[in-house]
Design a protein around this ligand. Sequence first.
Ligand code: G6P
Length: 515
Amino acid sequence: MATKRAKESKKSPLIIIASNRGPFSFTAKEDGEFDYKRGAGGLVTALASVAQDHDVLWVANALSDDDRQWAEKNKKATLVDDTLLKLIVPDLDSYNQFYNVIANPLLWFIQHQMWDSTHNPSITQETWDAWENGYVALNQLFADAIIESIDDPKRPVIILPQDYHLYLVPKMLRDALGDQVQIQPFIHIPWPGPDGWIILPNRIRTEMLEGLLASDRVGFQTKKDAFNFVQTARFYLEEKAKSRGSRNSLDYDGRKVGANTYPISVDVEKLNTLTETTEISLFKNQILALIGDRKMILRADRIEPSKNILRGLEAYKTMLQNHPEHHGRVQFLMLLVPSRLDVDEYHSYLQEIMAASGLINAEFSDGFWEPVRTIVGGNYNRAIAAMQLYDVLLINPIADGMNLVAKEGVLVNQRDGQLVLSENAGAVFELGEAALTVSPYDVHGTAQALHDALTLPPEERATRAQRLKEIVENADITKWFQDQIQDALREMNVEIASKKASTSETSKAKKSADS
Ligand code: G6P
């Protein structure tokens, strides 16, 4: 492998994050200025906090009219709240093809293994057009913006393309920049084994795999995902990709490509501070008024078929049928955030959820007690307030890269709440030992787990809840980010302290000077 420029450099690295959804969404004000708030979604939640502590350039798509206006006004990368931001402005048709035809549903549904393949998907002319004019074109826009932003040839550069939207970016960068940069994509969602990818035509699948294999290493949430990636590349690229028995690396095109595991987590410090704010107390009062002295089963999710919300309702209904002692004494609260409503499957899913919860209420409600309460709309602080109060948190996805709600929930909960957790959520690798794990398809088993979670003896509840909290406290988001950066630096042979590290060094020095 060629010597990377970082070897000779003493400069702090520039870290470039690229993702579909950026850290902020903008609202234009009448005076021509802009308000901004944090973007939604797991990826942004995780990355926004770490980005503030490093020299980060964040490249993302402009997602709304106001974002586009902001991007028009700020053509160069611009500092927003400590993060240097560059928004790409694709034309709306290409964006629609990229997001609503290829990324979600096609790739998302493949990677969560949700296609009912006797009926869907069909790869049509529309799909091929969307691949070329949407996915490939948008990936090229990202690569171009990244290439343009590298203007200091002596500075080490680490590029972190995020998730299933940007599989082609590593190769585009490698072709343009050679070995002079460290490229480490991270994939937030599950990676199925070779059979899962059979749905894609060979050319698309090959372009995707070759795109990713131009990286130095590809990051995954779990060992299983990394292993599946190695197997997929070996199976479909045959002669070109070899793993020689390794589960976490491949030889490809004369270079070694890592397939590493970095389980994502939450910002423990930030969440602990947030739980003490006045807004959260107000939301807590609102939720307490809603549940009264009943026990609360909570779910907080995007309205997302992979979250398995319908089977969750079915399990709750089964529990009410099997255990009438819970009638009037338990409240199922669902906080649901609208998501990707331009994709048909998501739109109809919301309707099915409303119908299913309505039917449960119709069957069991006694005039005072409404067994399922559903609040639709995104409000992060309300969700955190509810998480403090649950007795049971239901997380039963069909498949999930990690599931950060599981980690947020067990960290902030104040009632020795129990976690009912799908064995197909990435979080099970860390939290499984102290959760009640269920198969997402096993409605009967999930109903039983809900009942068990409501009725475990207090000591066992406390022990399990405490253990879950510890696990999250011991591996937070900073570790996730630092591990990737340290691996990159090691490979580039540079030793550099992050801004946060140097800040904490400074404060350590200050403390000892004070004492
Ligand atoms: C998942 C993906 C993230 C994405 C989030 C929200 O967690 O892994 O990349 O940010 O869903 O999806 P959206 O399409 O609303 O950005």
